[in-house]
Design a protein around this ligand. Structure first.
Ligand SMILES: Cc1cc2nc3c(=O)[nH]c(=O)nc-3n(C[C@H](O)[C@H](O)[C@H](O)COP(=O)(O)O)c2cc1C
Length: 330
């Protein structure tokens, strides 16, 4: 099926980016969507929290925000899939257009602003997935906050609701498109967030792993502080990271398009941030490298920078599911 992607991409790119994405999700939801065989070399086998993954590549959050296509996404060959970001209450997000392709740069700018069908809908989908597929596949849920809420309580609500159905929960405090969200990365706000979420989750007997997703746009002092919190709260993982507000690697016309930049121009910046976290955290938590991976060399560079496993998103838009084969071919 992935041999057809160049043609499919041509058709999808005739649509605006959001419509193309919704069309893709609709196709992946179909029970008739064919599984794409992927037989990675055994040397790619990677442990993740006690699971034996066939390779280290997972799907990043934001692709299946409402957990509608989990089975289809595993059929593409991902080792692990992260759904969300889900907010407690349904919300529409920003007005359209809110996602833009930069084909020359193999990049995307998005300012969705957490469009979410809400926790009830997502939990029902997760429950249905587990009912039909059991514990098959390492599944994560990325939780966030509603635009007009205070914040920390939304993370507690979200984490508790998804906990019975997922292997890990990601606290997303790094989307640039929800005002004030990134402030939770700082100082006392982060301590309070982790304290409250962990207190509630520890009431569960066999709870899911707890992961923090951070922005690539952090200075050394913040990286140091966040790493100290990860150690203090014994978090199970850190995703470095989300999209960037920086525009230095894209042409002038895109300088003023609001939103987070992802894809190839993010790679160096995200990898440097990962490396800095790795300096503080390697061996102390699971590091998930994310941002700009599109070639086998870049996969190697992320692993060399300290990633235990990686996630991809934007590369898929440009290269389709064949990207998994490409990345694992070397
Ligand atoms: C269209 C789009 C929507 C996204 N939505 C989310 C989201 O809801 N939650 C989140 O944590 N990250 C979201 N992300 C960020 C990705 O998960 C990932 O961290 C980022 O795109 C960098 O990886 P990439 O360069 O491989 O795309 C989104 C990215 C894109 C391109």
């Amino acid at each position: 099926m992935h041999h057809f992607y160049p043609l499919l991409r041509h058709l999808l790119f005739m649509l605006d980016a959001e419509t193309a994405h919704n069309t893709t999700i609709a196709a992946l939801r179909s029970p008739f969507f064919p599984a794409i065989p992927l037989s990675p070399h055994p040397r790619w086998a990677t442990p993740l929290w006690g699971h034996a993954l066939p390779h280290p590549i997972g799907l990043a959050a934001g692709f299946d925000k409402d957990a509608e296509a989990v089975a289809g996404l595993f059929k593409l060959g991902f080792s692990f899939v992260e759904v969300g970001t889900v907010t407690p209450q349904p919300q529409a997000g920003n007005s359209r257009p809110r996602v833009f392709r930069l084909p020359q740069q193999q990049a995307v700018i998005n300012r969705y602003g957490f469009n979410s069908k809400g926790l009830d809908y997502v939990v029902a989908n997760l429950r249905r997935y587990r009912h039909h597929h059991g514990r098959q596949g390492v599944l994560g849920a990325n939780v966030g906050k509603n635009k007009n809420s205070e914040g920390v309580a939304d993370f507690v609500t979200g984490a508790n609701a998804v906990a019975p159905y997922v292997d890990y929960i990601t606290l997303n405090i790094s989307s640039p498109n929800t005002p004030g969200l990134r402030d939770l990365q700082h100082d006392n706000a982060l301590t309070e967030l982790l304290d409250r979420v962990q207190t509630h989750l520890s009431a569960l007997t066999s709870g899911p792993k707890l992961v923090l997703k951070v922005a690539p746009d952090l200075d050394d002092e913040h990286i140091h502080h966040i790493a100290a919190q990860v150690i203090k709260f014994k978090l199970d993982g850190l995703i470095a990271g989300n999209t960037t507000l920086r525009r230095d690697a894209v042409p002038d016309v895109w300088q003023h398009e609001a939103g987070g930049l992802s894809g190839a121009p993010l790679f160096d910046h995200a990898t440097t941030t990962l490396q800095k976290f790795s300096y503080h955290l390697k061996g102390k938590t699971t590091l998930i490298g994310c941002g700009g991976i599109g070639t086998p060399q870049q996969l190697q560079q992320k692993l060399a920078a300290g990633a235990d496993v990686v996630q991809i998103y934007t590369g898929l838009i440009y290269q389709g599911p064949a990207l998994l084969h490409t990345l694992l071919s070397s």
